[in-house]
Structures are given as structure tokens and as C-alpha cells.
Design a protein around this ligand. Structure first.
Ligand code: 4GX
Length: 240
């Protein structure tokens, strides 16, 4: 999977070049290219923005500079994404769909945004990472790269991917490690029992309980067995 990031601040992407993503790049599973939009300015001072027509605060990025940066990376099968608060809010379902693509071009805006005309010409999808205002599209682009990369074949070990399908759409079950007793509190007995089937059942119930208590709205979108529905009904009755 190739990501081409069009940005005015390529240095901001240092953090994503670490850890799991770094290993995936070394294994040639991922390629993350940073394209500085400023390199495509024809201005002698390398200016990329200008005041908005009609007046108002701030600056708008020029369409011609963005188009030239885009033209330097575009391919037949590329999908271009504009990170903006006006986009559809990113969720795990969208992440999985994006992971099927071969070439994503991520356009990061700054200031008051980018001239609308080039957005219309090059953008296939507008995506937001949530309803709050950031100073630019770089952090959203990193969120997208990180979340999508997890689903690229070979990036995660297959165990982690299986674990995730077990808890599909539910919150995680709680985790414990040594010591067995911490400040008077023991690790749940079942986890020490070595009884794998009981452990699996316990974890599934804890995931259901966690989801019911912390994010009940998530349960609407999940296929539960009749037994699991009963388990949740009981949590409701018992007020747990
Ligand atoms: N999820 N921002 C983009 C520039 C901008 C301004 C106006 C389009 C129109 C954000 C988010 C986000 C701040 C990135 C404004 N772009 N992006 N930037 N939340 O807040 O994606």
C-alpha cells in the first residue's frame, strides 16, 4: 500500500515513521511518501497561499500549487482523500474499506483551507477524524495512515487480527499481568486456571459488559447470539 501525503509540514510526520509502521516500511509492505506542497510554488518566495476572495480572516492555499503537487504523484488507481472537518467521520468500517486500496493520496489543508476548485477536481472522498477543530490536516492524515496500515497484509501478526475479529465492534476485555496480587487485588481466578475455553467465555462476557456499561450505543450494530442478548438483558435487570 502506498500513501502519498500532500502537506506544507512534512516534518510533522516523523512520529508515524516509528515502531510498527517503520517495520512495515522496511518489509516493503507500506510506502509513505511525503510531498511538500511548497516545492510546487512558482513564486520566488515560494508562497503557496493568498487572501480569500470576498474578504475575511486568514489565508487560503492556492489551487494551482496543490494541483501541481497532486499531478506529481497521481496514478490510474489512486484514491485522493481530503482531511477536513466537513468530511464523513472516520470509523473502523471505513478503515477496513480503505485498506483494500493500493494507492491513497492524502491532502492536508492548513489555515482556512484550500481553494474549492481544486478540491472538486482531485478529491474522491472527504474524511474527518471527529467533530473538533485542529490547526491542520496532518494529524488526521497520520490517524488515517496508522489505522489503515494495521489492516495491510503482514503489518500486524495474525494473532492480533484474530483477537480483533473475536471482539469485532465490541470494546476490549480487561488485561492483567504480573504480579498476581497488586495492592490487595488479585488477578481474576479464571485467567490463572489454564482452562482455555473458560477464559475465552469470560473474556467475551467482559467485552459485552464493558460495551454495555461504557458505550451502549455500539451494541446496536453488532450481531449477538441469543445467549449474549440474554446476558445483556440480565446486566440491565441487575443494574450492573
Ligand atoms: N478532521 N482540520 C483541516 C483546514 C481546513 C479548513 C477548512 C478544510 C476546510 C480536521 C478534523 C480538522 C482543521 C483539518 C482545518 N480544511 N480534519 N484544516 N477534525 O479539524 O479532519
Amino acid at each position: 500500500m502506498k500513501f502519498d501525503v500532500l502537506t506544507l509540514f512534512p516534518e510533522m510526520f516523523e512520529p508515524i515513521k516509528q515502531s510498527i509502521i517503520k517495520r512495515a516500511e522496511e518489509k516493503n509492505l507500506l510506502e509513505i511518501n511525503l510531498i511538500n506542497i511548497r516545492d510546487f510554488s512558482k513564486d520566488k518566495h515560494q508562497k503557496v497561499d493568498d487572501t480569500p476572495y470576498g474578504g475575511g480572516a486568514g489565508m487560503v492555499i492556492r489551487p494551482d500549487v496543490v494541483y501541481d503537487a497532486y499531478s506529481s504523484v497521481k496514478s490510474e488507481n489512486a484514491k485522493t482523500i481530503y482531511l477536513s472537518p466537513q468530511g464523513k467521520t472516520l470509523n473502523q468500517k471505513m478503515v477496513k474499506e480503505l485498506a483494500k486500496e493500493n494507492h491513497l493520496i492524502l491532502l492536508c489543508g492548513h489555515y482556512e483551507g484550500i481553494d474549492e476548485r481544486v478540491i472538486g477536481k482531485i478529491v474522491d472522498e472527504e474524511i474527518s477524524i471527529g467533530d473538533y477543530v485542529l490547526t491542520g490536516g496532518e494529524i488526521p492524515a497520520m490517524v488515517l495512515i496508522d489505522s489503515v496500515s494495521r489492516y495491510v497484509e503482514g503489518v500486524l501478526n495474525s494473532e492480533s487480527v484474530e483477537e480483533e475479529s473475536f471482539s469485532d465492534g465490541l470494546l476490549e476485555y480487561p488485561q492483567y499481568t504480573r504480579p498476581e496480587n497488586f495492592m490487595g487485588e488479585n488477578v481474576p481466578e479464571v485467567l490463572i486456571s489454564g482452562h482455555h475455553e473458560n477464559i475465552r467465555k469470560w473474556r467475551r462476557q467482559e467485552s459485552l459488559k464493558n460495551t454495555y456499561n461504557k458505550r451502549p450505543e455500539l451494541l446496536k450494530n453488532i450481531d449477538l447470539s441469543e445467549k449474549e442478548k440474554d446476558y445483556i438483558e440480565n446486566l440491565k435487570k441487575e443494574g450492573k
